[in-house]
Ligand binder design. Structure first.
Ligand code: SF4
Length: 138
């Protein structure tokens, strides 16, 4: 007899055995911003968040996992489809889940500014928005 056969129980057909659960090893967060935000930083997401939990990172925006309430308001606003619930992050971008946790450990990120303000700053030399697009010209 096969060594694991007794785990199935007598008389239980093989195709009715329980489906194994896949356990992912990243932290539980909420909504996660992924790679397409880098070089984009559109900020449309910031304007619709009811709890103002978007923060300015040097290369992308971040959602504070302790503040996000999973409302889904931001996801459809992103023009580059960079935002996902943590359970739906594409496998090639799973590293952004850990990044979203680690970036808040230092506690030095500033709350993201509105899209209107960001757009105004783009053309003003010396502002964060202007510097950003100088660095991330596509
Ligand atoms: Fe804000 Fe809702 Fe998006 Fe969370 S899911 S970042 S609370 S808009």
């Amino acid at each position: 007899m096969c060594p694991g056969a007794d785990l199935l129980g007598a008389g239980v057909p093989r195709d009715e055995s329980p489906t194994p659960t896949i356990v992912r090893s990243y932290p539980t967060v909420a909504y996660v911003i992924t790679e397409p935000c880098i070089g984009t930083k559109d900020h449309a997401c910031v304007d619709v968040c009811p709890v103002e939990c978007f923060y300015e990172g040097p290369d992308q925006l971040f959602i504070n996992p302790d503040e996000c309430i999973d409302c889904d308001a931001c996801r459809p606003e992103c023009p580059v489809d960079a935002i996902f619930p943590d359970t739906d992050v594409p496998s090639e971008w799973e590293k952004y889940i850990q990044k979203a946790v680690d970036v808040f450990k230092k506690g030095d990120l500033k709350v993201a500014i509105t899209r209107e303000k960001w757009e105004k700053e783009k053309g003003v030399a010396g502002t964060a928005a202007n510097s950003y697009y100088q660095n991330y010209k596509k």
